[in-house]
Design a protein around this ligand. Structure first.
Ligand code: SF4
Length: 86
């Protein structure tokens, strides 16, 4: 199941066992939940193969990062162009 409601996303983010890094505040973040686990999926991977569908976490730099309008700004802005992940 993929979360779209901001409150549901916040609950799923709290269940992550790994820090997602920039993905946490990214417009392209997709969260997939199973009863046991939550997975971070990159929505940009659907249209751009340069981005991994399931990026290694934490993502510390990403050229695809776009701020989610409801998320706080990240402490460290993205610095590397192009590929997703670190
Ligand atoms: S990998 Fe990059 S583009 Fe994809 S969700 Fe994370 S920060 Fe956003």
């Amino acid at each position: 199941m993929e979360a779209t409601d901001p409150q549901e996303k916040a609950k799923l983010l709290a269940r992550l066992t790994a820090e997602p890094g920039l993905c946490r505040t990214c417009l392209h973040l997709r969260l997939l939940a199973t009863p046991r686990s939550v997975f971070v999926r990159c929505g940009l991977a659907d249209t751009d193969p340069a981005f991994p569908k399931y990026p290694p976490l934490p993502v510390e730099a990403c050229g695809g990062w776009s701020p989610h309008p409801l998320a706080p700004s990240p402490a460290t802005p993205p610095v590397l162009p192009g590929r997703g992940g670190t």
